[in-house]
Design a protein around this ligand. Structure first.
Ligand code: ZN
Length: 471
């Protein structure tokens, strides 16, 4: 049904004098008669689609609907302050259609101002002569009411943004929300992987983040990244901080727009502070540096990557004492250059000399966002399982499934997965679009984790001596 048709139907409802709030009946549209008819509330069925709620909230509403969003903790804070003074400034930082967002402590540019007060008489005073605010928040006994100036004061419908402890209460049972709030996750690399994972972990209620990436948002990132056109040229650390705070305004975000390979003392220090590290960089040098830091600091790390054009990818979980990233890929790769651009792909011989520049460019593309998503999702799940370890919750029960440290996923039957069979006829053979786990053995002679490591708490030493960690 088009909006026009619905508006027309709503008009009919008004003409019939139907008052949904006073009714014991619901309203359904009867396609046979082409009219609305009333049915007894709760009766079901084949009588048509119930439209009462829609009518009540939307099309039949004569008055425009004003909505004001406020933070619960700031209402409490304002009420505290009102013990000492008559009014406390309020700031409108967003106004869109009939919706305003109000802050006591704004971080963004302010659109207009108002004030919190506990004295209702303030609403009776002439706003122009008095203050010319267009927003007054009346706070009494912990309750807030928002009034907007629109040819007289009009009360807006209040949408309270819950306080930190209630922000993720809906995830209770599935996630250990109280536990996650106290966890610190370090994310190295904020590309198509790191950006998505950061936001997923923020949505899950992780309370503290260390973000590491020196890159800025470029045009070619947009199709796979969470950044928008309006973020072009911005540091990814700033863009992702904003995205995290958009999901959880109480999260703590520390930003490090640096090349971790060039600042190993910082890397070691931050790994030491984190509860878990997401390794979402695109080169092996940083993966090995991270791996060494994880082994030395005894921290859990989740590594993830996509294979050329995201035809597939893999995820690796490091747990202290277990096999490390070097045990997985081998020492040889320490020297191997990552294929992140055409030049390195040609040098490596993976793109033959006769391949045209356009085709070569396409071959090193990271692939579709929807192909990267399943890999990110597995990294998020593993991270949440690790962060919730030791507590009973829906997510921690996945520990029974996620028993391996290495997982493989294929998106398309191409190149690496060229001989895999289509899913319906694969029999016992591997297919695409399914996770496979693999048991990884710890390498006896692993240069990173294989030998005794003398732990040294001095960060400077650890960074300076990182090449000689295995003693
Ligand atoms: Zn190892």
């Amino acid at each position: 049904m088009t909006t026009e048709q619905l508006n027309g139907l709503a008009e009919d409802v008004r003409n019939q004098g139907y008052n949904p709030s006073a009714s014991m009946k619901d309203l359904v549209y009867d396609p046979v008669s082409g009219e609305f008819k009333q049915i007894r509330k709760g009766s079901t069925a084949d009588e048509g689609e119930v439209v009462t709620e829609m009518t009540r909230k939307g099309f039949a509403a004569a008055e425009p609907h004003l909505i004001a969003c406020l933070r619960e903790d700031e209402v409490r804070q304002a009420e505290e302050l009102l013990h000492e003074r008559d009014e406390v400034p309020a700031y409108v930082f967003r106004r869109d259609d009939d919706v305003i967002h109000i802050r006591l402590n704004p971080e963004e540019e302010v659109f207009s101002t108002g004030f919190f007060t506990s004295d209702p008489r303030r609403l009776e005073q002439d706003p122009v002569a008095f203050h010319s605010p267009d927003t007054v928040i009346l706070v009494e006994n912990g309750e807030a009411k928002v009034f907007l100036q629109d040819g007289g004061w009009k009360e807006a419908e209040l949408m309270l943004i819950p306080s930190a402890e209630n922000m993720f209460s809906r995830s209770k049972g599935i996630l250990e929300v109280g536990v996650l709030r106290d966890k610190r996750v370090m994310i190295v690399g904020l590309g198509s992987f790191g950006s998505q994972i950061a936001i997923e972990l923020a949505k899950a209620g992780v309370g503290s983040f260390a973000l590491m990436d020196f890159d800025r948002v470029e045009l070619h990132n947009l199709s796979r990244h969470t950044a928008t056109v309006n973020d072009l040229g911005r540091l990814k650390t700033n863009v992702i901080e904003e995205a995290i705070l958009g999901k959880n305004p109480y999260a703590k975000v520390d930003k490090f727009p640096v090349d971790i390979n060039a600042d190993l003392p910082l890397l070691y220090e931050e790994v030491g502070r984190a509860d878990l590290v997401i390794c979402a960089t695109d080169n092996n040098t940083s993966r090995f540096n991270l791996s060494k830091a994880l082994v030395e600091k005894g921290k859990v790390g989740i590594f993830g990557r996509a294979i050329t054009r995201a035809e597939g990818g893999d995820v690796f979980r490091y747990r202290p004492g277990g096999p490390c990233y070097c045990c997985l890929v081998g020492e040889g790769d320490l020297q191997e250059e990552e294929i992140t651009d055409v030049a390195s792909a040609r040098r490596d011989g993976r793109i033959a000399a006769y391949v045209s520049p356009e085709d070569a460019e396409a071959m090193v593309q990271v692939g579709l966002s929807s192909d990267i998503e399943p890999i990110c999702n597995m990294m998020v799940k593993l991270a949440l399982v690790e962060l919730s370890r030791g507590r009973e919750s829906g997510i921690s029960s996945l520990d029974g499934e996620l028993v391996w440290d290495y997982y493989m996923w294929a998106n398309r039957r191409e190149r690496h997965y060229g001989n895999w069979k289509p899913m319906p006829s694969a029999g016992g053979m591997p297919t695409i679009l399914r996770w496979y786990g693999a048991r990884i053995e710890k390498e006896e002679g692993c240069p990173i984790c294989g030998k005794t490591i003398i732990l040294d708490d001095s960060v400077e030493d650890a960074g300076a001596d990182y090449t000689g960690l295995s003693l």
